[in-house]
Design a protein around this ligand. Structure first.
Ligand SMILES: Cc1ncc(COP(=O)(O)O)c(C=O)c1O
Length: 399
């Protein structure tokens, strides 16, 4: 770059806010920018379903276009989708939310997270969350002027956050606990008892709980517990969920938040100035997804489960200790037998064997010594990735 180019870069950097400068780029995207330049890579990287959205859902969106539904919707989302969501939450969890003012349709859970933090945080307020956790959690808190407080979780404790671990980290500034179970990146699921203890803690300290349940349908051999459905929790929970993972609809960008009307009102205020509304086509598709029976979701879950069992066994067979994930579509094997850091491991594996995984440290310090592998990819690709990784481990095992 020319001399003047670098001066311009410096100049432009000086315009960027300190808050944004302080946030690291997503450890996932940073790594995957490398991918496009390498041929023959098997990616266990980006966390999205390899299924195409079921046909009847796509068809509903096509019909909606044909009928000319191309305009804004109500800021809160279409009344039909909110009403259907209210029915869905009632029939699944016995939760009643008023579709007029207690449900907001968002642009994915991502927007729901951002709105939540901006609606509840004053500068310096603290939000407690597990480490490792989804990359957007600490960033969304920091961007809203809050302080993320991390609670270490370990493989020995099944990567479950507990009320006992949370309690000593509660201060005068603590506003909320942020949970995301089933977990990205570990696949951990919290038991009903564990959640109930966290719920009691939240009540005792008068805290909000933000519960990102975007993987709620993707559980294997265990039941998902909806936090808001526990006694006394509806009032103090902001439930975030969406269509991306369960219905293979990542590109449609539809999520929702449900909570008490004051909180949803505050979130709607921000949403109406920043986003206006979620895309109408996506909302039409989401309505169809909810109205249909669950057969296709169940088929996808069965399929993920097959791959989950294959990959976990595969890691153990090549000598990697691997916690048994019970939800989402990630495995989180330990790579400590190589003595490498997670970043070194992921980079070397990519260059030497052309398998892409995400270093555990992208999700927090406690991810050191682990890698995240998304198994929402074909069985033959998983098998080949395991072969390549087996070779890699043989070569790099600590002597
Ligand atoms: C835990 C978790 N929450 C939220 C999201 C984002 O979901 P959406 O596509 O609905 O914005 C992801 C995406 O990977 C995720 O893993």
């Amino acid at each position: 770059m020319s001399k003047s180019g670098s001066i311009n870069t410096k100049l432009s950097q000086s315009y960027i806010s300190e808050m944004v400068k302080a946030i690291p780029p997503s450890g996932i995207r940073k790594f995957f920018d490398l991918l496009s330049s390498i041929e023959g890579v098997i990616s266990l990287g980006v966390g999205e379903p390899d299924f195409v959205t079921p046909w009847h859902i796509r068809e509903a969106a096509i019909y909606s276009l044909e009928k000319g539904y191309t305009m804004y919707t109500s800021n809160k989302g279409t009344p039909e989708l909110r009403a259907e969501l209210a029915r869905h939450l009632d029939s699944r969890f016995g939760l009643t939310y008023h579709p007029d003012n207690e449900i907001l349709i968002t642009v994915g859970v991502s927007e729901g997270l951002d709105l939540t933090m901006r609606a509840i945080l004053n500068p310096g307020d603290e939000v407690i969350m597990p480490d490792p956790c989804y990359v957007a959690y600490p960033a969304s808190v920091s961007l809203a002027g809050g302080i993320p407080v991390r609670v270490p979780t370990t493989e020995e404790n099944n990567f479950e956050i507990t009320a006992d671990d949370i309690e000593p980290r509660i201060t005068q500034r603590t506003k909320a606990i942020l949970l995301g179970y089933p977990s990205n990146p570990t696949g951990a699921v919290l038991s009903k008892e564990g959640l109930a203890q966290i719920a009691e803690l939240a009540k005792r300290h008068n805290l909000l709980v933000i519960s990102d349940e975007v993987y709620d349908r993707l559980v294997y051999g265990v039941e998902h517990t909806c936090l808001a459905a526990l006694p006394g929790m509806r009032e103090r929970t902001i439930l975030l969920n969406g269509f991306s993972k369960s219905y293979a609809m990542t590109g449609w960008r539809i999520g929702y938040a449900s909570s008490d009307k004051e909180i949803i009102g505050a979130m709607t205020k921000i949403h109406q100035y920043t986003m206006l509304c979620a895309p109408i086509m996506g909302q039409m598709a989401a309505l169809e997804a909810l109205k249909a029976d669950d057969d296709e979701v169940d088929d996808m879950v069965r399929d993920y489960d097959r791959r989950r069992r294959l990959i976990v066994k595969g890691f153990r067979d090549i000598g990697l200790s691997c916690f048994e994930p019970r939800g989402a579509f990630y495995a989180f094997p330990a790579i400590k037998v190589t003595g490498m850091t997670s970043e070194e491991f992921a980079e070397k594996l990519l260059w030497e064997e052309k398998v892409a995984v995400v270093p555990g440290t992208a999700f927090g310090k406690c991810g050191e010594g682990y890698i995240r592998c998304c198994y929402a990819t074909s069985l033959p690709d998983i098998e080949e990735a395991l072969n390549r990784m087996g070779r890699f481990i043989e070569k790099h095992r600590k002597k």
